[in-house]
Design a protein around this ligand. Structure first.
Ligand code: 2BA
Length: 104
């Protein structure tokens, strides 16, 4: 058995939870904070069989892939709000071997 730990952006969490639970994966969602940016992100714990890990990774890739998005922000040149292109999305994944899984 494996535990997939996925650190994702908050905005991707609802879609990813839906996609994973639709495929009958069991998921725990934790509210987390990135140590570098100190901004909220989401950590999912997904316990699964060894042969399901690649499928989970492909679902995460599909939903959390990086993409460019235009937001209103300031640039170095102008203090007024301007449309600025930023990269959002992406996921950090850890796959950990589970020594034991018990529900008591
Ligand atoms: P990512 O590398 O995509 O990481 C996104 C979030 O994933 C991180 O949020 C953190 O919550 C988690 N994460 C990534 N690698 C991890 C690890 N080895 N162990 C545990 N958790 C991990 P933040 O820490 O807020 O980082 C946000 C983004 O800032 C990072 O995106 C990276 O692009 C940048 N970054 C992080 N640390 C940096 C550093 N020391 N110098 C420069 N840029 C950094």
């Amino acid at each position: 058995m494996k535990l997939v730990i996925a650190v994702i952006q908050n905005q991707d969490a609802p879609s990813l939870l839906k996609a994973l639970t639709n495929e009958n994966f069991q998921v725990t969602k934790l509210s987390s904070t990135g140590g570098f940016l100190r901004q909220g992100n989401t950590t999912l714990l997904i316990g699964c069989q060894d042969d399901q890990v690649q499928h989970i990774i492909s679902i995460v890739k599909q939903i959390c892939s990086t993409r460019d998005q235009v937001i209103m922000g300031t640039t170095g040149e102008f203090y007024d709000l301007q449309p600025v292109e930023v990269t959002v999305g992406g996921a950090t994944l850890f796959v950990v071997a589970v020594e034991a899984f018990k529900q008591v």
